[in-house]
Design a protein around this ligand. Sequence first.
Ligand code: 5GP
Length: 206
Amino acid sequence: MIEQKGILFILSGPSGVGKGTVRKALFEKNTTLQYSISMTTRSKRSGEQEGVDYFYRSKEEFEEMIKNNQLLEYAEYVNNYYGTPRQYVEETLDQGNDVFLEIEVQGALQVKENFPEGVFIFLSPPNLEELKNRIISRGTETEALVMNRLRAAKDEIELMDAYDYVVVNDYVDHAVEKVQAIVKSEHCKRERVASQYKKLLEVTQL
Ligand code: 5GP
């Protein structure tokens, strides 16, 4: 049996783009990815469960985790901490299983620094496309409005630079299909497959 580490997939993107919705729809279908449950200091919303949606912790407990380097990444978002427990991610990858993170952009950039071999997927709002079409067709909008939208779009596009893939969240089902396709493609990458073959050749007496 050839040991192969799992792949770390990171789904991120601007606030309000629908990361949570895409992730939930993906996990209703996909069983091979392991979702890394985040830790947060925000209070539980109705219908949410400890250890399913998040691990809910106090600010003090969270800061203790930071101090002990027990988080792969963390960020402050709307006055609360959100972070990825390191141990679960490392152990699951070592067991050969893929891990999936759904996190905001600051956290994704930290993962990129500490874990560059991860696969970074940027979920993009469909209005970037719409915006492009509007600019191309030189519609009826005032110049100031177009400039504002362009600026916002530029900020979002710059965020994409650190990512390997961009998935437009036009329809949730389409976005999920694209993420699944990325997962499959990554498993077919020559670098990954070749290293497995090399290991095979090392253990085979020729
Ligand atoms: P919510 O409070 O709506 O569940 O999540 C708010 C934001 O925090 C979302 O953009 C979500 O992707 C992000 N988030 C959830 N877990 C983590 C995490 O572990 N780390 C970081 N950096 N962001 C997270």
